[in-house]
Design a protein around this ligand. Structure first.
Ligand code: CMP
Length: 137
């Protein structure tokens, strides 16, 4: 069993896609073991995207993530990190396969609807950041 982090970004919440995204995760057989609707603090988002600090889009992705409420999810199941990455689709929705969340519901990289942990190490760090109180995994 593995647990990974998913963030539904402000655009996804605004477009009322929380249910659609959570439903896809649950229908796949993965378990939601943490869930919160929050207005993230700037420092939390900066820590979350620390690896992108030098990239030109760092400022805009951070401002975007703090621009409105987001949903943080902990998702548990066999190979959940890989399963969720595949379900979310390529980072740039233009390259995302139909059938994935981004391939079906998004068009631009700036608003690619969701974030998911890239590997188990990132998942552990991101879960500690977004769920310091722990999860139900
Ligand atoms: P995410 O998986 O949350 O990780 C970093 C985010 O930065 C990414 O999804 C995109 O939403 C955003 N981003 C904006 N521009 C770019 C870019 N040129 N390359 C990668 N990510 C970008």
């Amino acid at each position: 069993m593995e647990t990974t982090l998913v963030l539904i970004k402000p655009g996804g919440v605004q477009r009322n896609l929380i249910g659609e995204i959570v439903s896809r995760i649950e229908r796949r057989g993965l378990k939601v073991t943490g869930l919160k609707l929050i207005h993230a603090a700037q420092e939390t988002v900066e820590a979350h995207y620390a690896e992108h600090r030098e990239r030109p889009f760092f400022g805009s992705v951070v401002s975007y993530l703090v621009s409105g409420p987001i949903v943080a999810l902990a998702v548990t199941g066999d190979n959940s990190v890989k399963a969720i990455r595949a379900m979310m689709g390529a980072t740039n929705p233009i390259d995302a396969t139909p059938g994935t969340v981004r391939g079906d519901l998004a068009l631009s990289i700036e608003d690619n609807l969701v974030h998911s942990s890239s590997d188990p190490e990132a998942a552990a760090a991101e879960l500690a950041l977004w769920f310091p109180e722990g999860t139900f995994a």
